[in-house]
Design a protein around this ligand. Structure first.
Ligand SMILES: CCCCC/C=C/C(=O)SCCNC(=O)CCNC(=O)[C@H](O)C(C)(C)COP(=O)(O)OP(=O)(O)OC[C@H]1O[C@@H](n2cnc3c(N)ncnc32)[C@H](O)[C@@H]1OP(=O)(O)O
Length: 332
């Protein structure tokens, strides 16, 4: 993890998950603290800290060499930006199953914010470098046997990840090249378009009820906005994991392609979306998503408290331990 700005602290909107502005990168030059009103641009997408592409100065932190923003690889996510097309790829590479641990989520948010602050980047493709797995969802070990402080930190990071992806001004495409349960599915649902590998062995869905837990309201809202009330209700109650062909039928994903065509197809769809004027597309996206985003923003602390009290219940801890045990037994 890079060091953070000396100005960084609990007054910063991104605390305790430092945003790209708070991270010093590989330089020792302090960068502006994100606790500035200007950190949240007025208008368009209230959540995205990306300035609209049609008029604001670049927010590349001073002292951070541009080359660093073009291609940076940390530990769990490989980021590549093709400046000629304006398209970045974020490849999850956190073995064995790309589970969304606190470290993964922190790195994810920092990487996405760096791209948002880079005016050369207009679209992001999310995909996996781990064969057969897009993401196994939230790291269950982060929700088992930990302190309430840890649960609060973890849940804030989960919220931050969703707020950033769902509220992102850039075009976000999920290239789902493997199984994608629960939190993995949420990442894909939060994108603008989902392309999945045409393999019935890969499944996607919000399977929380199978673990004896409940998908939070903002997971549900995101799902409803993609597939509609009836399909979401049935799928959520059953904790269904839909094999790729069924996911297509239900509208959980937008199209299926053979594995070897996935990246090519994602690039083609991205080019289609990027052909639109940014401002018109961004304002439309904001209009479609604002209500759902605002619901979490205005209930964020309450949602954290709810997560803590729910997760801390002995019955929930027991369910999660049993589920982990079942996974371990299955993996041999
Ligand atoms: C109020 C609370 C709301 C919370 C909302 C929750 C959202 C979530 O995202 S909860 C997580 C839900 N995720 C799952 O149910 C997926 C569980 N995993 C699987 O189904 C499978 O692992 C797989 C399909 C993703 C991959 O299968 P396979 O390739 O066969 O790999 P293994 O099952 O052998 O797993 C390897 C290794 O990884 C551990 N593991 C898997 N998933 C998770 C996870 N989500 N968190 C932590 N660890 C995970 C698994 O236990 C194995 O560990 P070892 O046995 O130690 O090798």
């Amino acid at each position: 993890m890079f060091p953070v700005s000396p100005n960084y602290g609990s007054g910063c909107p991104c605390f305790p998950t430092p945003c790209a502005q708070a991270v010093l990168g590989s330089t020792s030059t302090p960068v502006p603290c994100p606790a500035l009103p200007a950190c949240v641009p007025p208008g368009v997408l209230p959540l995205s800290r990306r300035p609209p592409a049609w008029g604001r100065a670049a927010r590349q932190p001073p002292g951070l060499p541009l080359a660093l923003a073009r291609a940076f690889s940390n530990n769990k996510i490989l980021v590549e930006l093709d400046e000629s097309s304006g398209v970045a790829t974020m490849k999850f590479k956190s073995p064995p199953v790309n589970s969304l641990s606190l470290d993964f989520l922190t790195e994810f948010c920092i990487s996405l914010e760096k791209l948002e602050n880079n005016r050369a980047c207009r679209g992001v493709i999310l995909t996996s470098a781990i064969p057969k797995i897009f993401s196994s969802g939230l790291d269950i070990t982060e929700m088992c046997g930990k302190s309430t402080e840890h649960y609060a930190e973890f849940w804030r990071a989960v919220q931050e990840m969703w707020l950033r992806v769902y509220g992102c001004n850039m075009v976000m495409i999920a290239a789902v090249n493997g199984s994608s349960p629960a939190g993995g599915c949420l990442i894909a649902l939060s994108c603008d378009y989902r392309i999945m590998v045409d393999n019935p062995k890969f499944s996607i869905g919000l399977n929380e009820t199978q673990l004896g837990i409940v998908a939070p309201f903002w997971f549900k809202d995101t799902f409803v906005n993609v597939v509609g009330q009836r399909i979401a209700e049935r799928s959520l109650q059953l904790g269904a994991l839909h094999p790729a062909p069924e996911a297509l039928k239900l509208g959980v994903v937008d199209e299926l392609v053979p594995e070897e065509k996935l990246q090519e197809r994602a690039a083609a769809v991205m080019a289609q979306w990027l052909a639109l004027p940014d401002h018109a597309r961004q304002i439309t996206k904001s209009m479609m998503r604002k209500t759902v985003l605002d619901r979490l923003i205005s209930h964020r602390e309450e949602d954290i408290q709810h997560f803590i009290s729910f997760t801390s219940k002995e019955s929930i801890q027991k369910s999660l331990r049993m589920y982990m045990e079942m996974l371990r037994k299955k993996s041999g």
